[in-house]
Design a protein. Structure first.
Length: 92
């Protein structure tokens, strides 16, 4: 039998977002809901201005993967990045 040769493979793993029931959503903190609405607003504004994630990430000095994860709801941005997004999209 021929000996198999293996090559090392590197993967990154992402955690799966939790699924909330209707009861859980009622218990969610209002700041969580506001963050989701703000994230959605930023995404709509980016698309409306025909900006790619890479272009917007460069404008706010952020990693492209981090901004994409923020739009998906998988990651949070720090307060400085949120301020930059608000300034770009005219959000008070």
């Amino acid at each position: 039998m021929e000996k198999m040769q293996y090559k090392p493979v590197y993967q990154t793993w992402k955690m799966v977002r939790p699924v909330y029931s209707a009861g859980d959503q009622e218990k969610m903190d209002h700041s969580d809901l506001a963050e989701g609405k703000l994230r959605h607003h930023f995404q709509q504004q980016r698309i409306g201005k025909r900006l790619s994630i890479a272009e917007l990430a460069e404008a706010i000095s952020c990693d492209t993967e981090t901004l994409a994860a923020y739009e998906r709801g998988d990651d949070l941005l720090n307060a400085d990045m949120i301020k930059k997004l608000k300034r770009i999209f005219g959000v008070p």
